[in-house]
Design a protein around this ligand. Structure first.
Ligand code: NAP
Length: 246
């Protein structure tokens, strides 16, 4: 029986790269998405075409009911989860602090933080049930450390919350053989930057990155799969930068 990998928000970008690499490494993969069914199904065809076991599941993980739906469909299609990647996230769009409102804050905290709580809750119930332990990887951001772009304090705050959750859950779950870690990507080439100028924005930030270039979704996926696997068996409660030195 292959191990089961659940990647939230994996219809594109970093999540899609994690799903693809996970399948290559032998996981049965659950591709989760909220709205972009076409992209999720294209990814599923791609993975299945390479011989992987994969399913696409539409679920809004920013809600408790959405996370429950995701995991019960994973149970039925693939079996109990062994590795969870809390990847779904949004920028929330720019807003100066004087304009910040309840709707924006609620939406970003529900998507970036609450989702990780809901999905970890569902995953831990199953990992504990099988007695086989497991691994949870939270996709945070270097913004948690350096504050990120101007007028995105709400985004940086959600990622700092995720890192706090990682450290606390590591204490709670270590004895159960469930490892929990955070990865903090820096600037990674994905559609997420489109609303801020896309390639132009990335080009303007590149000189401030010690490695002189943005990262790729695949480079993040490599680190996630390492953290998900036994190859990182003593890495626990860690918050790891993957940011080209920035
Ligand atoms: P992206 O290209 O915008 O993709 C986001 C993914 O999340 C999409 O598949 C989207 O699916 C899904 N999603 C959003 N809300 C969801 C919800 N409520 N339920 C289920 N799925 C949801 O973003 P990305 O750049 O790959 O970013 C992935 C993660 O890395 C995020 O947590 C982000 O904060 C983090 N990160 C990114 C960078 C970067 O430079 N790109 C840097 C640091 C950290 P639908 O389209 O179907 O809604």
């Amino acid at each position: 029986m292959s191990k089961v990998l659940v990647v939230t928000g994996s219809s594109r970008g970093i999540g899609a790269a994690i799903a693809l690499l996970g399948a290559k490494e032998g996981y049965a993969v659950a591709v989760n998405y909220r709205s972009d069914r076409e992209a999720a199904e294209a990814l599923v065809r791609d993975i299945a075409g390479q011989g992987g076991r994969v399913v696409a599941i539409c679920a809004d993980v920013s809600t408790s009911a959405g996370a429950e739906k995701l995991f019960s469909e994973v149970d039925q299609a693939l079996g109990p989860v062994s590795a969870l990647v809390n990847n779904a996230g949004i920028s929330g769009g720019k807003s100066p602090i004087t304009e910040i409102d309840e709707d924006r804050l609620r939406r970003i905290f529900e998507t970036n933080v609450f989702s990780a709580f809901y999905c970890s809750r569902e995953a831990v119930k199953r990992m504990r049930g099988t007695g086989g332990g497991g691994s949870i990887v939270n996709v945070s951001s270097a913004a948690a450390r350096h504050g990120g772009m101007p007028e995105l304090a709400h985004y940086a705050s959600t990622k700092a919350a995720l890192d706090g959750m990682t450290i606390a859950l590591a204490k709670e779950l270590g004895q159960l053989g469930i490892r929990v870690n955070s990865l903090r990507p820096g600037v990674i080439v994905t559609d997420m930057h489109d609303e801020f100028g896309g390639a132009k924005l990335i080009e303007s930030i590149a000189p401030t990155i010690p490695m002189g270039r943005p990262g790729t979704a695949n480079e993040v996926a490599e680190a996630v799969l390492w953290l998900a696997s036994e190859r990182s068996s003593y890495v626990h409660g860690a918050v790891i930068d993957i940011s080209g030195g920035r």
